[in-house]
Design a protein around this ligand. Structure first.
Ligand code: PSU
Ligand code: MN
Length: 310
């Protein structure tokens, strides 16, 4: 079975787009997409253009996209065109992780979902595969700040396959891997022995596991499903070579961006969007092109993985 049944208490909270509704009825492969990347990860208008492009990439692989967001007290699973425009242009959209999801719903605020909240929503809606850019993780200096993304906890508990380009090098990647291991999350690099680091194909760290096809990933997911209470799976798909910014070059930008965040006393959920914005400026827009290329690449792989599950 492709799609799990939606728990009864959540049914009336979920609003499916017409395309997603039809896909569920026909048992077509579905890929969930997050919305924080639209509202907090990329500047307008490239954010909306990219959101539409990523949806088109998923369709071109024969799957159906379901961009997830919180609007008017509902969990939107698949955004109609006008809803995507509403979200991208709305002011003060909340960045919603697990801790923020019910607040946004009960107050009717616009909420963009992070990896954690998108996993929750995707699971509630019966979707098993989700494409994003990079996951949140253990921040550098977490031993002082305690800043560890709720994405890691969600991966440990919610059975959704997250297709990412690895963890951003602005995080402490070794510590992020340790936490994922503790939480029982298989981390699989796609087609490479090395763990990719978002903008760069290399991190200097070996990936825990490597798989080389969507079919093999599908087999792993089907095996996970046989165990009750299994959590998520993280796929780390390296950015295509022509679009990458090499690791040694990224290090300087990342250090400068983190330094700027410290000087300006940026805290909590503002850290990731702030640092991404600073890197965008420091690279004079180049990091945005890399970000777009890797999200599109992840969307295409996610569509092929979803096809293995129908
Ligand atoms: N990576 C990006 N752009 C983003 C994010 C990650 O390239 O916008 C978002 C994702 O939604 C991710 C979130 O789940 O940042 C992590 O935020 P935090 O570290 O506050 O949990
Ligand atoms: Mn954080």
């Amino acid at each position: 079975m492709t799609h799990t049944a939606t728990p009864a208490p959540l049914k009336d909270l979920i609003v499916y787009s017409s395309e997603v509704k039809a896909a569920l009825a026909e048992n077509l492969p579905l890929v969930a997409l997050e919305s924080t990347i639209i509202t907090h990860g990329m500047p307008f208008p490239r954010n909306v253009e990219t959101a539409r492009q990523v949806e088109a990439d998923i369709r071109s692989e024969g799957a159906v996209p379901a961009t997830i967001a919180l609007m008017d007290g509902k969990i939107m699973v698949g955004l109609e065109d006008h809803d995507l425009d509403r979200l991208a242009q709305a002011e003060d959209v909340m960045k919603c992780s697990r801790a923020d999801l019910t607040f946004a719903l009960s107050t009717g605020r616009f909420g963009a979902t992070t990896v954690a909240a998108t996993m929750m929503a995707a699971h509630a809606a019966g979707l098993k595969v989700f494409a994003t850019g990079g996951i949140g993780g253990v921040h550098k200096g977490a031993e002082e700040s305690f800043d560890i993304s709720a994405d890691l906890d969600e991966l440990g508990r919610t059975p959704v396959c997250v297709v990412s380009a690895g963890a951003k090098a602005l995080l402490d990647i070794p510590k992020t891997l340790e936490v994922l291991e503790t939480k029982g999350v298989p981390v699989i690099a796609y087609g490479t022995e090395e763990l990719p680091a978002f903008w760069s194909r290399e991190s200097g760290l070996a990936a825990p596991y490597t798989l080389n096809s969507a079919k093999e990933i599908g087999a792993l997911l089907k095996m996970r499903e046989r165990f009750s209470d299994h959590g998520g799976v993280l796929i780390a798909n390296p950015v295509p070579e022509p679009s990458q910014i090499p690791r040694n070059e990224m290090t300087g930008y990342i250090d400068a961006a983190i330094h700027k965040a410290e000087l300006e006393n940026v805290r909590g959920k503002d850290v990731t969007p702030f640092v991404l914005g600073a890197i965008l400026e420091l690279t004079r827009g180049r990091s945005l092109e890399t970000n777009i290329a890797l999200v599109r690449n992840n969307a295409r792989l996610a569509a092929r993985i979803a096809a293995e599950l129908v």
